[in-house]
Design a protein around this ligand. Structure first.
Ligand code: NI
Length: 171
């Protein structure tokens, strides 16, 4: 396993649409291992492959607060149902360092995906898990949480981030 560099906004890579995985092979599993290690090293709770520059539809997540790790791996995730009821969470993102904003999203969702072993899974999520899944799925479509903000707020954030040293890694 290896800790990779996390890309930060503004970066064109983060805006591209990731491609579905044909088959979960050793390569994808190694990628998921690296993503998880990178995410833990950055104290994140979710990471999409594109955030380390790999345009594949893969997400890793771990919302456990205890020391025992409980990683969840999502390959080719598809949201099947979204609750019309919205919930608001203060969101941040490893690709938008040190910026936070309250974002409204459907409070529950159901997601279909392949797991680490390539097995089909279905998960009903609510609370932080539902928010996190939707945030990470947005990454697969080139969308960041700041895109839900007003143009003005977004441009202020992007200006701040542009002043950071290029290639500075949040690790
Ligand atoms: Ni993010």
């Amino acid at each position: 396993m290896a800790v990779k560099k996390i890309l930060t906004e503004p970066n064109k890579f983060l805006r591209q649409i990731s491609k579905p995985v044909e088959k979960v092979t050793k390569d994808e599993q190694k990628l998921m291992d690296d993503m998880l290690e990178t995410m833990y090293a950055a104290n994140g709770i979710g990471l999409a492959a594109i955030q380390i520059g790999i345009p594949k539809r893969i997400i890793v997540m771990d919302l456990s607060k205890e020391e025992a790790k409980k990683p969840i791996y999502f390959v080719n995730p598809v949201i099947k149902n979204k609750d019309p009821l919205k919930a608001s969470y203060e969101e941040g993102c490893l690709s938008v360092p040190n910026q936070f904003a309250n974002i409204d999203r459907p409070s529950r969702c159901e997601v279909e995906y392949l797991d680490y072993d390539g097995k089909k899974q279905r998960l009903k999520a609510n609370g932080l898990l539902a928010t996190c899944i939707q945030h990470e799925m947005d990454h697969l479509n080139g969308v960041l949480f700041i895109d839900y903000l007003s143009k003005l707020k977004r441009s202020i954030i992007i200006k701040k981030l542009s002043k950071l040293k290029p290639n500075s890694a949040i690790l």
